[in-house]
Design a protein. Structure first.
Length: 172
């Protein structure tokens, strides 16, 4: 390889190394804690490269309300914290009556595929039932289960398992 070609490659590598990575705040999903005030925060906060969050979008749900709730091991009972998140989701859905959602049921890696698919379905259905009880039409809320097939956190320890035992609400 010629010295000129090597110099060009070295210059290119130096430029790439000096550049900043893009600001991508949309890569992570909300943790289900809402905005800490128990209500719906303003939907016009800045975020991502495009500027403002679009009201009624997945990003709005994640950032301002919380898109997920968590479960105890082998349980589909909604916790108090989960119920509070679902209450915020119901308020948000009332604010955006044309939005439909899917509640995804997820499990940790332990247990058989069949067991976890059934448990994930119970978790998604339990979350949907709370939303319906809070006044959201059942026709606006679909459910699906992924069992242990889509972990949020990879790992074989209680910290990872706790993050994977969840129901996630996604905007259709």
């Amino acid at each position: 390889m010629s010295l000129k070609a090597l110099a060009s490659i070295a210059t290119l590598l130096a430029l790439v190394a000096c550049s900043s990575p893009p600001d991508d705040t949309s890569a992570s999903r909300g943790a289900g804690t809402g905005n800490g005030a128990g209500g719906i925060a303003s939907s016009n906060l800045g975020g991502g490269a495009g500027g403002a969050i679009v009201p009624g979008s997945q990003q709005d749900l994640e950032k301002n309300v919380g898109d997920r709730i968590f479960f105890n091991t082998d349980k589909s009972d909604i916790t108090q914290e989960g119920r509070a998140t679902l209450q915020r989701q119901a308020q948000w859905l009332m604010r955006y009556p044309n939005v439909t959602v899917t509640v995804e049921g997820h499990c940790d890696e332990r247990g058989t595929r069949e067991y976890n698919l059934a448990l994930g379905e119970r978790r998604a259905s339990a979350a949907k039932q709370v939303l319906v009880t809070l006044g959201i039409s059942g026709e606006r809320v679909k459910t699906t289960t992924y069992g242990k097939e889509r972990p949020a956190v990879v790992g074989s320890n209680e910290a990872a398992w706790a993050q994977n035992r969840r129901a996630v609400t996604t905007v259709d």
